[in-house]
Each structure stands twice: as structure tokens, then as C-alpha cells.
Design a protein around this ligand. Structure first.
Ligand SMILES: Nc1nc2c(ncn2[C@@H]2O[C@H](COP(=O)(O)OP(=O)(O)OP(=O)(O)O)[C@@H](O)[C@H]2O)c(=O)[nH]1
Ligand SMILES: [Mg+2]
Length: 229
């Protein structure tokens, strides 16, 4: 399926300032007004592919672990304030040997979801190294969100929620615990990213700034699996 590119174009207005113009783009069966690239990052087996498939298809594709090779992507269109926002979500391989492949994609991403596994301490400890990579390869204004995945595995938990919160606060990024298995907070994470990116792009000078952290705090206790509207 081919999708027309460049849905958002910058046009020069009469007073010399540039403004974004939204153009409705169409493919055979997918309409969107505006598109963004989002990347999933984190150690191998933290659940990046499962989170993406949960968001895209609303199902948990568990069972045998099949590590991602290189990079893959899925598209999903979500509604944000009456606009159709297409998220092109890049699912990267967490294995070290694919690192040079994925570095090439950082520059194009407008948002990064950085995952660790709450049952795997090294995956949490490596978050600082991932943030260093982000610093080296991603755009300076990239939106970052930290996700502690596999929150359904309470009995095997080795990373406390407070530790995730503390790390996120240190880096000034939003944080949530998610589960690809139950779906908790998965839709919220992607929707919050879509809202932030949409507001950044279309915000008028006199419009109040969208508060991503406040939005997440207000929503995360309300929503369960796939219930966000
Ligand atoms: N219980 C539970 N298991 C999960 C969850 N997310 C993923 N898993 C399991 O964890 C394993 C790894 O999941 P993947 O999504 O393939 O991991 P990944 O981060 O994509 O790994 P790479 O592709 O190697 O980077 C699989 O066996 C999944 O079934 C979750 O939220 N809860
Ligand atoms: Mg994967």
C-alpha cells in the first residue's frame, strides 16, 4: 500500500511568518492529516515488539520469544483533537549486533519510547546507556518517554516503580509502567506521544502549551486495557 508523503507542509504567509498547513492525505484505505515517526528502544526481550503489536492489533502476541532482526515498522492512525494523526512506529532490535543499523534511524524520529523490563534489572540499568545513545544520535528536541514493561509480572518484579519514577524525573521525561500482556497504559503511552507531537506542530502563539506530564498523570490511573478515548 502506498501512502502519499509530506502531509504537513510549511507555507509562507503574507506577513512573512511561516505556518503549517494541514493537507488531508489519502491512500486506498488510510486517511491522515499529519504523520510522525516514533521509535521503540531498549534491551532485547523487554517487550518492544509485543507493545507495538498490542497497540496496533489490540492483542498480546506472547509465547516463544522471537528477537527482532534489524528494524521493522507498523503504522497506526489515531484521533487527536479532530485530527487524524498517523504514527509510523519503528520497532528496533535490542540486540547489540544490530546497533549500527538502528542508529541510522534515530535522526528521523520525533519521539522515542524507551523500554525496560521490570523483571530484568540489567535492562533498567542500561537505560542510562540508551539515553546516551539518544543524546548522540537523535534530534535535540525529540520527545522521550520511559516505560517499565511487564507490569503484569508482579511476583518476578525486581525494579520498583519508584526507581523508574526517580530515573524519569532525573532526565525530565514522562514515565509509566505498561504491560503488553494486559494492555495497561499501552494505548495511553502512544496517544500521549501523538498529542504532544500534534500540539508542538500546530500550536498557535497564544495557545497554552500542552503539558505532557500532567496529561499522563491525569490519565494513567483511569485507563486499563484499550479503554482510552
Ligand atoms: N508477561 C509479559 N510478557 C511479555 C510482555 N511483553 C513481552 N513479553 C514477553 O517477553 C518476550 C520478549 O518480547 P519481545 O516483544 O519480543 O521483546 P523485544 O524487546 O522486541 O526484543 P528484541 O526484538 O530482541 O529487541 C516475549 O516472550 C514476550 O512474550 C508483557 O508485558 N508481559
Ligand atoms: Mg522485538
Amino acid at each position: 500500500m502506498s501512502i502519499r508523503k509530506a502531509p504537513l507542509t510549511r507555507k509562507q504567509s503574507r506577513n512573512g511568518t511561516s505556518k503549517y498547513v494541514l493537507e488531508r492525505c489519502a491512500s486506498i484505505n488510510e486517511y491522515y492529516d499529519i504523520a510522525f515517526k516514533v521509535m521503540l528502544l531498549g534491551d532485547s526481550s523487554v517487550g518492544k515488539t509485543c507493545i507495538l503489536l498490542r497497540f496496533k492489533d489490540g492483542a498480546f502476541v506472547g509465547g516463544n520469544f522471537i528477537a527482532t532482526v534489524g528494524i521493522d515498522f507498523r503504522n497506526k492512525v489515531v484521533d487527536v483533537d479532530n485530527l487524524k494523526v498517523k504514527l509510523q512506529i519503528w520497532d528496533t532490535a535490542g540486540q547489540e549486533r544490530f546497533r549500527s543499523v538502528t542508529h541510522a534511524y534515530y535522526r528521523d524520529a520525533q519521539a522515542l519510547l524507551l523500554l525496560y523490563d521490570i523483571t530484568n534489572k540489567p535492562s533498567f540499568d542500561n537505560i542510562r546507556a540508551w539515553l546516551n545513545e539518544v543524546h548522540d544520535y537523535a534530534q535535540k528536541d525529540v520527545v522521550i518517554m520511559l516505560l517499565g514493561n511487564k507490569s503484569d509480572m508482579a511476583a518476578e518484579r525486581v525494579v520498583k516503580t519508584e526507581d523508574g519514577e526517580k530515573l524519569a524525573k532525573e532526565y525530565g521525561v514522562p514515565f509509566m509502567e505498561t504491560s503488553a500482556k494486559t494492555g495497561i497504559n499501552v494505548e495511553l503511552a502512544f496517544l500521549a506521544i501523538a498529542k504532544e507531537l500534534k500540539h508542538r506542530t500546530t500550536q498557535q502563539p497564544n495557545e497554552p502549551k500542552f503539558q505532557l506530564l500532567d496529561y499522563i498523570e491525569s490519565q494513567k490511573h483511569k485507563t486499563g486495557c484499550c479503554s482510552l478515548v
